[in-house]
Ligand binder design. Structure first.
Ligand SMILES: N#Cc1ccc(CCNc2nc3cc4nc(N)[nH]c(=O)c4cc3[nH]2)cc1
Ligand SMILES: [Zn+2]
Length: 384
């Protein structure tokens, strides 16, 4: 069932806090306490862009093991509107998810979704991709919207530096985001159990990343996100950038890598000290028929599955793998049946949560190297 608000996180103090429980190399196991419940890290946040994890009820999302969801300022401000969600009791009530919610601050979505966007030192002006209406987003308005949504974790309003970018472009973009981080901090209304996270920028340049971390740590945040990645730089540059960034972040605060990623990205980033992730991949690709399994990805629309009575992944405990055959899942996707999207979404999120749980356990037992070898061997084996 959906975590009950009366038990989820209510209790002593209700202050926001991160506890480091175990380390294995740079990998960390921890626990975050918030006003809306606790989060075991490393954690994966399913994306619920417009107040729903597409195709699933909150009960189904909770059953996958998810403890926190991501929502988007950009989408919710356009529809149904932040003031309306506030009037209806906030996003937790509105979408019936009483556990923690992290909301992204809107800048990334403006640059990737909106039409005719204009960036200046004070904020961004853009036209809604829904009805073309002209809209202004500033650090102050973004923080206000996230407050109206009653987000458990609010993200600073930043500019995600595009890739590729010259050194000078990355430097001025990062410095703009750092000015906006200061304005975000000032605009944020402190509440016990709620948090504001800073976002590190700086492109793929180690000195700019270090300057960004120093500036954010000087302002002080309850958590630190690594932004400006998963923007086309590729796996190696992402890992190289993490190598020069995460060691500089405060050890007693959660670290959140935005927009990442594939299972192999999650393993590599956990090994480099990341605690939190969000990505649309397991949900979006699930709807298109792509399943993530211990043996790599499986496209259920491929004809080879049409007569296959086996489950997608015999090691998986999800509804799709325990109750249906590949043949049936293949049929549903080829027929465009809604159930096909639902079952593969459940499976992918279940797999992602199992991956995070297995890494949490591996970190507690000093087994991250063994886990990584087994994980990579499974991918190399490929689907049978
Ligand atoms: N399917 C699929 C699929 C589609 C897109 C992506 C890339 C997502 N990457 C990404 N999201 C981000 C959000 C972000 N939000 C903020 N506020 N700032 C960022 O620098 C930022 C960087 C991001 N990088 C990954 C998978
Ligand atoms: Zn499954």
């Amino acid at each position: 069932a959906v975590p009950d608000r009366n038990t989820a996180g209510q209790g002593a103090g209700d202050v926001f806090g991160y506890t480091l429980i175990a380390q294995d190399g740079m990998a960390r196991r921890g626990r975050i306490v918030t006003a809306h419940g606790a989060i075991d890290t490393p954690a994966f946040m399913p994306v619920g862009t417009a107040g729903t994890v597409k195709g699933l009820t909150p009960e189904q999302v909770a059953a996958t093991g998810a403890q926190i969801l991501l929502g988007n300022t950009y989408h919710l401000m356009l529809r149904p509107g932040a003031e309306r969600v506030d009037r209806l009791g906030g996003l937790h009530r509105f979408m019936n998810w009483p556990a923690p919610i992290l909301t992204d601050s809107g800048g990334f979505q403006v640059m990737s979704l909106a039409a005719l966007r204009k960036l200046d030192d004070d904020g961004v002006t853009f036209r809604s991709h829904l009805d073309g209406s002209k809209i202004r987003l500033t650090p102050e308005r973004s923080i206000e919207i996230q407050h109206l949504l009653d987000a458990t974790i609010t993200m600073c309003f930043d500019e995600c530096t595009p890739f590729p970018a010259t050194y000078d472009q990355a430097a001025s973009s990062m410095r703009l985001s750092m000015r906006w981080a200061g304005r975000s901090r000032t605009a944020f209304v402190e509440r016990p159990g709620y948090a504001l996270f800073g976002i590190v920028q700086g492109g793929v340049h180690a000195d700019l990343r270090a300057e960004s971390v120093a500036r954010l740590a000087e302002i002080g945040f309850e958590g630190y996100a690594v932004g400006g990645l998963a923007v086309g730089e590729g796996f190696d540059l992402m890992c190289q950038t993490l190598d020069v960034t995460t060691p500089l972040l405060p050890r007693n605060r959660p670290r959140y890598l935005m927009g990442v990623g594939r299972p192999q990205d999650l393993v590599a980033a956990v090994r480099r000290g990341i605690d939190m992730f969000d990505c649309v991949m397991p949900t979006r690709s699930g709807r298109t028929g792509q399943a993530f399994t211990r043996r790599g990805t499986v496209n259920i629309r491929n004809a080879r599955h049409a007569d296959d009575p086996r489950p997608l992944d015999e090691a998986c405990g999800c509804p799709a793998c325990t109750q249906y055959s590949r043949a049936y899942l293949h049929h549903l996707h080829k027929s465009g049946e809604i159930l096909g999207a639902v079952l593969l979404t459940q499976h992918n999120l279940w797999y992602y949560q199992d991956l995070m749980r297995d890494m949490r356990n591996a970190i507690s037992t000093g087994g991250m190297d063994a886990f990584t070898q087994a994980f990579e061997a499974g991918l190399a084996e490929g689907d049978l």
